[in-house]
Design a protein around this ligand. Structure first.
Ligand SMILES: Nc1ncnc2c1ncn2[C@@H]1O[C@H](COP(=O)(O)OP(=O)(O)O)[C@@H](O)[C@H]1O
Ligand SMILES: [Mg+2]
Length: 190
């Protein structure tokens, strides 16, 4: 029988994926894998896109390798910006971390990222990109946590509730309908 072994933690860079996914894996005694690190460490990319400052994944190599990893694992928390790269038959739940774009901007500025890169990620958060990508492949299994103003502990608690099926409703955040005009103005002023 094919077990659904993967819990995917997705979201824009800076939303807290890594810290939350590691804690979750610890608590649930599951394996942990960071897909960007996997791609880099095992050179599962085709080339580097200089303009976007990102590696282009070699999907053939990546798919083969991720299947191997999942097959030998008894359960795994997947830390990935891309919620849609794992075959859906392996996926138990996708949890997308959502962060208020103003706070996201603050964190990325703190990280010292270039303005272009920050803008790209603010836009991705604004248009719900990670959630839409996850829904594309994992419809019915996609949940969100609004991490804004919450401690890591609180976020992990919510994630555990989702994993343990204590969260029934799936309501998705839409920053575009929530943000004020002055929010938008300050978002794109650097
Ligand atoms: N709930 C939170 N409250 C405050 N800071 C957080 C929270 N979650 C993460 N952080 C901080 O934000 C930064 C990004 O977290 P990280 O886990 O690296 O995010 P990601 O893996 O999504 O890029 C780190 O400095 C982390 O300590
Ligand atoms: Mg990370």
């Amino acid at each position: 029988m094919m077990a659904r072994k993967c819990i995917i933690i997705s979201g824009c860079p800076g939303t807290g994926k890594t810290i939350v996914a590691r804690r979750l894996a610890d608590i649930l005694k599951l394996d942990y894998i960071n897909l960007s690190e996997l791609v880099l460490n095992e050179k599962l990319y085709r080339n580097y896109d200089v303009k976007r400052e990102t590696y282009i994944v070699n999907l053939r190599k990546f798919n083969r390798r991720i299947r191997e990893i999942i097959e030998v694992s008894s359960g795994i928390v997947v830390d990935s910006h891309y919620g849609d790269v794992i075959p859906s038959r392996y996926v138990k739940k996708v949890i997308v971390l959502r962060l208020h774009p103003i706070e996201l901007k603050r964190r990325l500025v703190e990280r010292g990222w270039r303005i272009e890169k920050i803008r790209e990620n603010i836009e991705a958060e604004l248009i719900n990109l990670c959630t839409l990508n996850a829904l594309d492949r994992h419809k019915g299994r996609v949940y969100e946590i609004n991490v804004t103003g919450k401690s890591v502990d609180e976020v992990v608690e919510e994630a555990l509730d989702i994993v343990n099926s204590k969260v029934a409703s799936r309501r998705y955040i839409d920053w575009l309908s929530i943000l004020s005009r002055s929010d938008f103005t300050s978002l794109f002023q650097f």
